[in-house]
Design a binder for this molecule. Structure first.
Ligand code: DC
Length: 229
């Protein structure tokens, strides 16, 4: 929910209840086009774009740096208190930093691609990052991209979009980016995990990008958002 709402108490007093600014939830599988779409929607609306995949990737990268096996959930959990990652902004985009250095190419290293699903399946990692994700929306409107934004991070937002494309289209897009990780395998793990699996929220609008241009997808979603604001 967003804006302010009047709430009438039992004894008849009105209270102005502070609601968060709008949060646009963009979920979907890997290489569905959701990052590109989410970034453009954010630009069009003047909202901040938050890439939550980068946050899970940063924890994975840090674990690997520390010589911790990402499949060892107990060892990853032990790293969390005092983990030197911080989540901020550069202009209208979210950033992830480790000890003051912005992480970028590190986050798409092959080892990170191969292990991020294991780290993202750890409930304690998710709890920490979901809290950070919600903090962004306390003070500003956001377009947040991920896997569980509409189901877990902002379950009450009226703006939920599940962006997808056929497996062939997604594999071709990934290859065009020069990335060779197994998308199907990562999606399978992300969808099968017990905690916050990749799933379309019941009240999310399905957006299939296979046959549409990016411009068409963005126009469609922005029009829908504007009709609800
Ligand atoms: O969007 P991405 O491909 O960069 O995400 C990397 C991984 O992080 C993805 O395989 C699943 C996980 N992830 C998640 O579990 N929840 C999110 N909100 C975002 C990403």
């Amino acid at each position: 929910m967003h804006g302010f709402e009047l709430d009438i108490t039992e004894c008849g007093w009105y209270n102005a209840v502070r609601m968060n600014p709008p949060a646009i939830a963009i979920d979907g599988p890997a290489a569905s086009g959701k990052s590109t779409v989410a970034k453009l929607i954010a630009r069009e609306l003047g909202y901040t774009f938050i890439n939550t995949g980068a946050m899970y990737r940063a924890v994975t990268w840090y674990a690997l740096q520390q010589g911790v096996c990402p499949a060892d959930a107990e060892a990853v959990k032990a790293l969390l208190p005092g983990i030197p990652l911080s989540f901020g902004k550069d202009g209208a985009n979210s950033t992830v930093m480790c000890e003051g250095k912005v992480l970028s190419g590190e986050l798409t290293e092959t080892a990170v691609n191969d292990n991020v699903s294991a780290v993202a399946a750890i409930p304690e990692v998710r709890a920490l990052l979901v809290e950070k994700q919600r903090e962004y929306n306390l003070t500003e409107p956001v377009v947040m991209e991920g896997r569980d934004i509409g189901t877990v991070v902002f379950p009450n937002t009226p703006f939920k979009y599940f962006v997808t494309a056929s497996e062939e289209v997604r594999a071709a897009r990934r290859a065009a980016q020069g990335l060779t990780d197994s998308i199907a395998e990562r999606d399978r793990k992300d969808s099968a995990r017990a905690c916050a699996p990749l799933v379309q929220a019941e009240d999310a609008t399905l957006v299939d990008t296979s046959e549409l241009t990016i411009e068409q997808v963005v126009a469609k979603v922005v029009a829908d958002i504007k009709s609800k604001i």
